[in-house]
Design a protein around this ligand. Sequence first.
Ligand SMILES: [Zn+2]
Length: 98
Amino acid sequence: MFKLPVCPHCKTVYRYGDVKREMRKKKCVCYHCKGQFRAVKKKILFLFLIIALITAIFDVLELYMMKGASFVGLMITNVTALTVGFFLIPFFVSFKKK
Ligand SMILES: [Zn+2]
């Protein structure tokens, strides 16, 4: 399910750190074939929608299951989920030909 994006021209697989760097550029040039492409970030929105949904479910579970559930506990759950989300961003980027 989790796949890092590949160059649309030569199918070179980009590493995690490379994807993060390419994402910030408007115009990307493949380091392998010099082909031009752009990073499409549409799926990141989808990723955070899923995270929001899962977090909401966990919040509710935490409130019902744990007697000592506190605001701080919920915040920790939410921040953890968001952090995980940020680490997953490169997996939800795709590269498209210009
Ligand atoms: Zn390439």
